[in-house]
Design a protein around this ligand. Structure first.
Ligand code: FE2
Length: 201
């Protein structure tokens, strides 16, 4: 079984029933990651698997520290015996270190999981930060604003996303540029189609 297919089943089992909106978001993120296959080459399966799994730490069954990147990565590492790079991608997805610092978990996260290689981290940021909470496509600026608005001013998630915003935006730009460069040689890639790849609300 391909890694992404396995990851989809793991995520479905953990999210679909207890957290249907999170599951809808996850499906949109996975679709966006799949759209990056032409620029990721041999890493496409791994990136899609990380997209399926990036938010499993929200699952009630996995909640331990309450910090979903760490809870999800620990489950993958300890229970699912997933490959280390997949665990690292989930642990550090979308600049998770900033929120870990806000929660007093920065040293724990850094000790347990090394950051993922920048190219793969960028791909996961692109997929997550261009997909809204219902799975719909969003521009990264709107996505960051949506997160800040959902949590409200002063919330630690709002503070950490504000700190991460320049890096998140830069990562999305890097991936969009790579897609644009790839597009002439990869006729299957149509950026507007990718932009519409999210799931219905
Ligand atoms: Fe997400």
């Amino acid at each position: 079984m391909e890694l992404a297919a396995w990851a989809e089943e793991v995520a479905r089992d953990l999210l679909e029933i207890p957290l249907p909106r999170r599951w809808a978001h996850t499906q949109g993120v996975a679709a966006a990651a799949r759209g990056l296959a032409p620029v990721l080459g041999a890493d496409a399966d791994l990136a899609e698997a990380a997209a399926w799994l990036h938010d499993i730490g929200y699952a009630p069954r996995l909640c331990d520290t309450g910090f979903h990147p760490l809870d999800g990565a620990r489950y993958l590492c300890d229970a699912a015996r997933a490959e280390p790079l997949l665990c690292r991608l989930v642990a550090h997805h979308s600049c998770a270190q900033a929120e870990a610092d806000e929660r007093g978990l920065g040293a724990v996260l850094a000790r347990e999981f090394r950051p993922a290689p920048p190219r793969l981290a960028d791909a996961l940021i692109y997929a997550d930060m261009t997909t809204g909470p219902g799975g719909q496509h969003m521009e990264v600026r709107d996505r960051i604003a949506e997160i800040r608005s959902r949590y409200g001013p002063g919330h630690l998630v709002s503070r950490s996303i504000a700190r991460s915003a320049p890096e998140l935006t830069a990562a999305v730009s890097r991936v969009a540029r790579a897609l644009a460069l790839c597009a002439p040689a990869c006729p299957a890639v149509r950026l507007p189609a990718l932009a519409a790849a999210g799931q219905p609300m």
